[in-house]
Structures are given as structure tokens and as C-alpha cells.
Write a protein of this length. Structure first.
Length: 528
């Protein structure tokens, strides 16, 4: 995909949020998900959930009170262990996923460098061990509790230190003496550990590789290393929403350590292989037009452009106002926005935002509603969905595609194309066990309230869209007069009489047969 920022826009119910999750998966899968069939939706949803947990996808909804402090960074109140209030800078969702994407690039670069200097037969272990030590250093820097290992005999050992030679130093519970685990011996022992990790008795090969000393301790490190290897992809993506680190909350110190690793990161030294290995990251901004774009993005709106991203020829950095950190947007971060045109026209968007985003319009798709339901006969008999009712045969049922198309034609005439209805409103009908009841519920709880909003409760215009059958006109009581009905006022008598004679319309709740007949009358006259 040749874009980094895209906005999906269209009327309500056209599947913007639905498509954004599919598009996010396709970006991470590098186009694979684009070929998925509709029946693969559960698979795509599971991939979306998985990538969210790994920190590759973040989701946020803009609203009127959403601010720069929520999106990028801001000073927020916290309480310490003594329940004392203090203030500190907290990173927002955008800054966090930028660090996620940047850290993935940094890590792949480190792996590549390690692979070059490592012995060919040991390079995979060297890379794994490098990441494992980085993980342990983070745990030690946390400071809230000691890093604990458990031996094969269920004895507790504590990690004391990691020296310059990458040797791990341990002490047993209530002991003072320390024991070292060297990288070379651990590499040999780990090879045999992987072959039989659950064996109660340590193998002779394992003991030999461990040097016949502290073999139980070597087993403890191998066990922890294997757990780390299984979760390494998740571990090295800072989890935005839960801040989880192998099932435990990630401390602020661990997060700050990740940022320190990136402080002197040089994007120009990245290779194409690094970008491929690191993969893509996606931020989905739902209802992007409902927030104050200029206020939320602030100075970062300039950095959104592809050629202004880190590592590009025209790359730019900025100094963030609260943390005073240097900040840039990584090139492997994609942004997907969704925009409901019924809330705000696309022409009213900030010009600076329009320049930096590609736009894809999603229109109502009646064709997606053509498949007949076995319960309601949603299409006409014989599959002729646009033929309407024949004079010589009974009602063929409700054609949802024709219903949607006719209502939208009327809405375009009365308002504009941005205030039409999306096919998403009617999609659940065909999947319901009682489609007629589902359609009835959707009409009364979603369609009619939306029309009330569109027309500011102008019932005459609503009748022009869905017909008079859904409304009851209450006539004026002939025994009552305007002067006796209204309170005393200075209004002209003739004007009072005009208001008094004005008919009042209310929504009618129809029974099933009357409802079905009312629905058919919405569109049947307009079908050739």
C-alpha cells in the first residue's frame, strides 16, 4: 500500500469501522488479508484481536473533549503508595504506538547486527540471549521487587547482577554466596534442555554442558529462557491498552528504559530487511472528524507526511512540550481514520489534515442485501428483487435492497447524499432467527430516530421518505377552541387559531402484517 494515512468516509451504516479493522489486518499482513472472503470474518477478527494484544494495532475514538494531552502527552494526576497526589507526564495513545513501531525497528536492527558478528552455528541463540538479557535488565531496573527464578527442585533463586561479560549472577534464598551462569555453557545446556525440558532427572548431556556444577540452577535459567522465547514477540511490543509484560503490569520504569534505548537510534542505518522484519503498526481513529484536529495533533500534523517521517530524506523532529523529548513519527506506522459524513461534511475538514490523508468514500451498497432469507423471503419470488408485487400473485416479501435504494433516493433529494442510510443497518436482518421482528426493531429503534435527527422531527418530510402508515395524525378536538386551549398571551387571535388547527403527528407502532405492508408501500411504486 502506497499511503500512510487514510480516511474512510461516508454516511452512517456503510461499514467504515468494520472495514477499518480489516484494512488494519491487511496492512500488517502486507496485503494477505485483502484476499479474504466474507466468510473469513471470524479469522480476521481474531487476527485483529491478536495484533491489538501485541501492540501492533491501537484503537481510539475522537470526541469533543478529546485533547492533545490524551493523544500525545500531558500532565496527569497520580497517587503514590502513601496515597499522596502528584503530577507527572503521561504518554498518550499516539505517542505510545509510535514508540512501539520505532522499538520494533530498533530491535530488528540489533538482531541483524548480532547475526553478523555471531558464529554461524550460534547466531540464533546469540540473538535470543541478547533479547533475554534486555528483558532481565528491564525487570531489575523496575526496583519494586527482585527477579525470582525457581529451580527444578523448587528452590527460589534471585538474580543479583548481569556483568559486562553477560554472565548472570544468582544467590539462593537466604544465602549470601553468588553463583554464575555463563553464556557459553548456557548455550550448550539449552540445546539439550529443548529436547526434554520436563524430564525430572537431568540428562548426562545437560549436566556435562553445564559443567556438572549448579545444574539445577542452569535448568531454572533454561526454563525461564524457554518461556521468554515463546512470548518474545508479545514481550517486545509494549502493550498499549493493558501495559502487560508476560501477564504482569508494565512499570513506568520499564517503559522509560525502552525510550532510553531509542534515544540515539539512527534510522539511516536501517536496511530494507529491517523494515520487513519489524512489520507495520496501525492506529485506527474512529470518528476522526468529531474532534478538534488542530488541537489534538498539534505540531505533529506536519510530521504525518510520508517524506517527513523518521528515516526519510525530508525527516523532521519536534520537541514535545511537556516531556521536552525529541520526537518523530516512524515510517512503519499507518493511520486509518473513519468519518461519518452525516455528522460533518468532508468539505469542512481542516485543510492541513486533508493534505496529509488519502480519502476513500464508502457508499450504501444495496447489492449486499440481495441474498434471500429462508424466513422472510427478503427477495422477490424467483430472485427478481426489483420486480415488486405482481397483481396476479400474493406479496413476494420484502426486498431489502430495493427498500434501501428507494429511501436513499428520497433522502438525496430532500437533504443530500451525505445523509443517506448505509446497508449496515439492515445486515443483521438476514442473520436473525425472526427477520421480520429484527427489521421491525431496527426500523423503530434506529431508522426512524435517525430520520427524526435528519429532519429535526419534521414529520411531513419523514412521511415523504417512509410513508404515512408509520405516523398517526391527531386531529383537533372540535369541542375545544384556541382561546380555551392556550394560556393567555399577547398573540394575535388568528395566529393562535392557526397553531391550534395544526395537526399533530405521532409515531405509530404497527403489528406485523401492517408493518410489512407499510414497508412494501415504501418502494413498490418505484420498482418497474
Amino acid at each position: 500500500m502506497d499511503f500512510k494515512n487514510i480516511i474512510l468516509y461516508g454516511p452512517p451504516g456503510t461499514g467504515k469501522t468494520y472495514l477499518s479493522s480489516d484494512l488494519a489486518v491487511a496492512i500488517i499482513e502486507k496485503g494477505k488479508a485483502a484476499s479474504y472472503q466474507p466468510q473469513d470474518r471470524p479469522q480476521r477478527k481474531e487476527l485483529f484481536r491478536q495484533y491489538q494484544q501485541e501492540g501492533r494495532i491501537a484503537f481510539v475514538t475522537f470526541h469533543q473533549s478529546f485533547s492533545y494531552e490524551d493523544f500525545v502527552e500531558g500532565i496527569k494526576p497520580f497517587k503514590n503508595e502513601k496515597n499522596e497526589l502528584y503530577y507527572d507526564v503521561e504518554d498518550g495513545v499516539f505517542k505510545q504506538i509510535c514508540y512501539n513501531a520505532t522499538y520494533a525497528l530498533w530491535l530488528t536492527q540489533q538482531r541483524r547486527w548480532m547475526a553478523k558478528v555471531a558464529h554461524p552455528g550460534r547466531k540464533n541463540f546469540d540473538i535470543l540471549y541478547f533479547e533475554f538479557l534486555d528483558y532481565l535488565k528491564r525487570m531489575m531496573k523496575e526496583g519494586s521487587k527482585e527477579v525470582v527464578f525457581e529451580t527444578l527442585t523448587q528452590k527460589t533463586v534471585y538474580l543479583e547482577n548481569i556483568n559486562k561479560n553477560d554472565t548472570l549472577s544468582f544467590r539462593y534464598d537466604q544465602g549470601r554466596r553468588t553463583y554464575g551462569i555463563t553464556k557459553n555453557k548456557l548455550a550448550r545446556a539449552y540445546r539439550h534442555f529443548q529436547q526434554s525440558p520436563a524430564t525430572p532427572q537431568l540428562s548426562d548431556e545437560f549436566r556435562k554442558d553445564a559443567g556438572n556444577a549448579n545444574t539445577s540452577l542452569y535448568w531454572a535459567v533454561c526454563s525461564r529462557l524457554q518461556e521468554f522465547e515463546r512470548a518474545r514477540n508479545t514481550t517486545y511490543n509494549y502493550i498499549i491498552n493493558q501495559r502487560q509484560f508476560q501477564g504482569q503490569p508494565v512499570s513506568e520504569e520499564q517503559y522509560q528504559q525502552m525510550k532510553r534505548d531509542l534515544r540515539h537510534f539512527d534510522f539511516s542505518q536501517l536496511s530494507e530487511e529491517d523494515y520487513q522484519q519489524a512489520g507495520n503498526y496501525v492506529l485506527i481513529i474512529d470518528e476522526i472528524n468529531r474532534g478538534n484536529i488542530a488541537g489534538i495533533f498539534g505540531e505533529l500534523i506536519t510530521l504525518l507526511e510520508d517524506d517527513k517521517r523518521a528515516g526519510r530524506p525530508e525527516a523532521l523532529q519536534t520537541i514535545l512540550p511537556y516531556s521536552r523529548e525529541r520526537f518523530s513519527i516512524p515510517p512503519n506506522l499507518y493511520i486509518i481514520g473513519t468519518m461519518n459524513t452525516a455528522d460533518r461534511s468532508i468539505e469542512a475538514l481542516d485543510t492541513a489534515l486533508r493534505r496529509r490523508f488519502s480519502f476513500r468514500e464508502l457508499r450504501p451498497a444495496p447489492d449486499l442485501l440481495q441474498k434471500p432469507s429462508p424466513h422472510l423471503a427478503m427477495a422477490a419470488e424467483g430472485g427478481a428483487t426489483y420486480k415488486g408485487r405482481s397483481k396476479n400473485r400474493p406479496s413476494p416479501g420484502i426486498a431489502l435492497d430495493a427498500l434501501l435504494e428507494v429511501m436513499n433516493q428520497r433522502l438525496e433529494k430532500l437533504i443530500d447524499r451525505d445523509h443517506t442510510l448505509g446497508h449496515g443497518y439492515f445486515m443483521p436482518v438476514g442473520q436473525a432467527s425472526d427477520p421480520l421482528a429484527a427489521l421491525k426493531e431496527i426500523f423503530y429503534q434506529q431508522i426512524i430516530p435517525l430520520l427524526q435527527e435528519y429532519f429535526f422531527s419534521d414529520f411531513v418530510k419523514m412521511e415523504m421518505v417512509i410513508g404515512q402508515a408509520f405516523f398517526k395524525k391527531e386531529e383537533t378536538d372540535p369541542a375545544t377552541t384556541a382561546s380555551s386551549f392556550f394560556a393567555e398571551s399577547g398573540m394575535d387571535t388568528a395566529l393562535q387559531e392557526e397553531y391550534f388547527m395544526k395537526p399533530v403527528r405521532k409515531i405509530m407502532y404497527l403489528d406485523d402484517e401492517a408493518f410489512k405492508e407499510a414497508i412494501l408501500r415504501i418502494y413498490e411504486r418505484h420498482i418497474p
